[in-house]
Design a protein. Structure first.
Length: 193
């Protein structure tokens, strides 16, 4: 039988663009990573009553401000997506730039928190609570930085009117970063209760 005679079945077409589908698969993987960390944290937290004492040193005010910061940046990325949908690419790029600025503020506040804790002699080696704190917030901060870079790259394309569908993809990623923080904030910052 020749190669030309082999019938290759057609792929099923879906109404979901492959980029969006790929993004959802990527986000599902990220949820598995953070979900596993959160599950481990909760299980250890239930066995260690002393975590409330350790968590009392976190700067919950900084965590609360960072929650507002991330939620605000979610709004600006949604507005950017809407502006792309309306065909106003300049406005979309400006809103993406604002998202980057607000996201950078999150990183600055997180750096302040880390500096405060380390100057107080608290490191990941201090105890299990602080190991989880630094691991979970550090991994989240890396995701924030990755999101800022991705938004900046997509913003360059938007200014040129190119690859506009990517605004939705970075928006989905950015919302995941926000949702993860919404879980981390009460677990780590209000854990003293």
């Amino acid at each position: 039988m020749s190669v030309a005679a082999v019938a290759i079945p057609e792929r099923e077409k879906t109404s979901l663009p492959s980029g969006r589908l790929g993004m959802w698969w990527f986000l599902a993987g990220e949820l598995v990573i953070f979900g596993g960390l959160i599950a481990c944290y909760v299980l250890y937290r239930l066995k260690h009553a002393d975590w409330a004492e350790h968590a009392a040193h976190v700067l919950w005010q900084a965590g609360a401000v960072n929650t507002i910061v991330l939620l605000t940046s979610s709004l600006t990325i949604v507005l950017a997506f809407r502006s792309v949908d309306e065909g106003n690419y300049k406005k979309a790029a400006n809103q993406m730039a604002l998202t980057i600025a607000i996201g950078f503020l999150f990183v600055v506040i997180k750096t302040f928190e880390y500096t405060h804790e380390i100057q107080a002699g608290i490191t990941p080696k201090t105890n299990l609570f602080w190991s989880f704190y630094f691991l979970m917030t550090g991994l989240h901060a890396l995701h924030v930085v990755a999101g800022l870079v991705a938004i900046a790259v997509v913003m360059i394309g938007v200014r040129k009117g190119q690859n506009l569908q990517r605004v939705e993809y970075v928006g989905l990623y950015w919302h995941l970063v926000d949702v993860i923080w919404i879980f981390l904030f009460p677990l780590l910052y209000i854990a003293s209760g």
